[in-house]
Design a protein around this ligand. Structure first.
Ligand code: NAD
Length: 245
């Protein structure tokens, strides 16, 4: 479904991001894993040796426009194009408003929002020049409902939805589609860090009867990146088993 396409996946070293990387490779794309550290990127690459020649690693500071532009240019140089940008990197929070420091609030805004802006800008500049492309952001089911602690996290995901809908309108004329996937509770390190009782309570309320697996989310990323979604832009695609409805 993605033959001859090139994708950058931020936070592609583990969890949902790693599942997206594998799904894109299985479907014929060249993929650049954008991680936070050389060490974790190399560890992820070591698990994908069967795709040698179709995969590379970069580790830019995602909030630094010059660094991101330079690393995206390296991807274009290596594979000839940049067609798909999956803005997946993110961190979560459960801190109470009474304890939330401005430092923690700024950190989550940086990774979950500013990095999406910086990477989208760098990606869109390349995509515009080559006549089009696809940007897919990672929202969350909490962008519908908020959550009872860690207010910085849903705040960033509401912002991701706003950026997605606005960029979809702005970039359509350049042939660039912009959508977001909004996962529900998905079995990754992010969820493993939550108290077991909390995950059990949330899981019990999911009509499809189970938490999501990273591959469930990656399948939505595949659809939105592919030509099957050629007329889909500005969408926030919920992949949450109908949680919280
Ligand atoms: P995870 O913690 O397993 O993976 C997060 C990834 O982001 C890692 O690869 C990590 O290295 C990367 N990352 C974090 N900070 C970074 C930085 N500064 N620079 C580069 N990379 C950085 O989490 P996950 O569950 O796979 O989450 C992936 C995305 O899905 C996040 O945006 C998260 O908000 C979203 N999400 C997850 C769930 C869930 O239940 N797991 C639900 C809704 C949304």
């Amino acid at each position: 479904m993605l033959k001859n396409k090139t994708a950058v996946v931020t936070g592609g070293t583990r969890g949902i991001g790693f599942a997206i990387v594998k799904k894109y490779l299985e479907n014929g794309a060249n993929v650049a894993i954008a991680g936070s550290r050389q060490e974790t990127v190399e560890k992820a690459l070591a698990n994908l040796t069967e795709y040698e020649g179709h995969i590379m690693g970069i580790w830019p500071d995602l909030c630094n426009p010059e660094d991101v532009a330079e690393k995206f240019a390296q991807v274009k140089e290596r594979f000839g194009r940049l067609d798909i940008l999956a803005n997946n990197a993110g961190i979560s929070s459960r801190t109470s408003i009474y304890d939330y420091t401005l430092e923690e609030f700024n950190k989550i805004l940086d990774i979950n929002v500013k990095a999406v802006f910086v990477c989208s800008q760098a990606g869109a500049r390349i995509m515009k020049e080559q006549g089009g492309g696809v940007i897919i952001n990672t929202s969350s089911m909490v962008s519908q409902y908020g959550q009872p602690s860690g207010c910085g996290y849903p705040t960033t995901k509401f912002a991701v939805d706003g950026l997605t809908k606005s960029l979809a309108r702005e970039l359509a004329r350049d042939g660039i589609r912009v959508n977001a996937v909004a996962p529900g509770v998905t079995n990754t390190d992010m969820v493993a860090a939550l108290p077991k009782e909390m995950v059990e309570r949330i899981s019990a309320g999911i009509p499809l009867g189970r938490p999501g697996e990273p591959v469930d989310i990656a399948n939505a990323y595949l659809y939105l990146a592919s030509d099957l979604a050629a007329y889909v832009t500005g969408a926030i695609l919920r992949v949450d088993g109908a949680a919280m409805t």
